[in-house]
Unconditional design. Structure first.
Length: 356
């Protein structure tokens, strides 16, 4: 296989991720979607941050707008907040480009006669909606309805006036579902290039935990002491890294001690990452659902000698080996949106296991 062939394969893979502009015309895509209900053969295109809402814009536009606002909750990675997701609203009767995104929400009415409501009835045929109260939303998830590698959410309600309030309650869970699906697909894409099996085995043997390492990532730090250590992997263009840091701690309740966790994160940064934590932007604590456990996550900004950027650290505790772990995700992407790259490092962090 020559260099040109390798380049073509890599370009096709990037197309699936949405990094390269799709060469298929929207007219061609529309024809493929309109053919039949057979399994799709063409991949969805565009960034994973894109979400297209298909609805009856004449009657449900206020509900769709409320949903868009909630899904686009800003996240702060710099002085300029970024949208968590980039949401666009289409009338379900439109065909040009409406169904090609990697995330689709079909918003309609139970027993409605508009196109979106008919789409819901057609694809969820056989599912009972009779137990749904007027104040609730019916939510169903499907994959690959219109295109491959596509996350589709169907939302339906009985009462248009009550749907907006229901949207406010459901939106955080919907946003979480979309991000979980996005990370799953990003992870699949990263490992489609292969694993660094030798490094994964070395990590398991010498550091005592499991971490998936894509072939495109390189190890940048690997240090182990008597009671602490670090493994860091990184990719460039732009730079994004995942560092797994650990420290022996004889306190099974350590995850509840935020001041201690913050000081430990400072110490790890100085010793292992050649960085300081910025006090100017402050720190934010949230709870993260990590592989079924609710654990603390710290958000803030790091500073090096000449540059800096956002970080997120997820803390875990291994009671058997009495080790505190910090899964540290960061990126350095000047003048670029940070969220897609932080999503990537988060997807890799979710490959972490305390033991095989």
């Amino acid at each position: 296989m020559n260099a040109s062939t390798h380049g073509s394969i890599r370009a096709l893979r990037h197309l699936a991720r949405g990094v390269v502009v799709a060469t298929l015309t929207l007219a061609t895509l529309t024809q493929i979607v309109a053919c039949a209900d057979s399994d799709p053969i063409i991949h969805a295109v565009g960034p994973y941050s894109d979400v297209h809402i298909l609805t009856d814009t004449r009657n449900l536009m206020p509900v769709a707008e409320a949903l868009r606002k909630e899904l686009q909750t800003p996240v702060e990675y710099s002085l300029q907040p970024e949208k968590t997701l980039n949401v666009m609203i289409f009338d379900a009767k439109e065909k040009k480009g409406a169904k090609v995104a990697k995330n689709i929400i079909v918003l309609g009415m139970v027993n409605g006669k508009d196109r979106a409501s008919q789409e819901i009835s057609r694809h969820l045929e056989g599912e009972s909606l009779r137990g749904l109260s007027a104040k609730d939303l019916f939510v169903a998830e499907r994959e690959d309805i219109y295109f491959k590698n596509q996350n589709v959410i169907f939302l339906a309600g009985f009462d248009r006036n009550m749907m907006q309030a229901a949207i406010m309650k459901k939106a955080p869970a919907l946003r979480g579902q979309i991000e979980i699906k996005n990370r799953q697909r990003v992870r699949d894409f990263l490992f489609s290039f292969g694993h660094d099996v030798d490094l994964e085995q070395q990590i398991q043997r010498d550091a005592g935990f499991v971490l998936g390492v894509p072939a495109d990532y390189k190890v940048t730090r690997f240090a182990k002491g008597d009671n602490r250590g670090v493994v860091e992997i990184a990719a460039t263009g732009p730079t994004r890294t995942l560092a797994v840091m650990w420290q022996q701690v004889d306190n099974p309740n350590v995850l509840a001690d935020q001041p201690f966790l913050l000081e430990q994160r400072r110490a790890w940064g100085k010793e292992f990452l050649d960085e300081d934590l910025s006090e100017a932007g402050g720190f934010e604590w949230t709870l993260e659902d990590f592989r079924g456990d609710t654990v603390p996550k710290l958000a803030g900004f790091w500073e090096g000698d000449t540059y800096g950027g956002p970080f997120r650290t997820i803390f875990l505790y291994d009671p058997h080996r009495r080790r505190l772990f910090g899964l540290n995700m960061l990126c350095y992407a000047p003048n670029m949106d940070k969220h897609p790259y932080m999503r990537e490092t988060h997807a890799l962090a979710e490959t972490f296991r305390l033991r095989p």
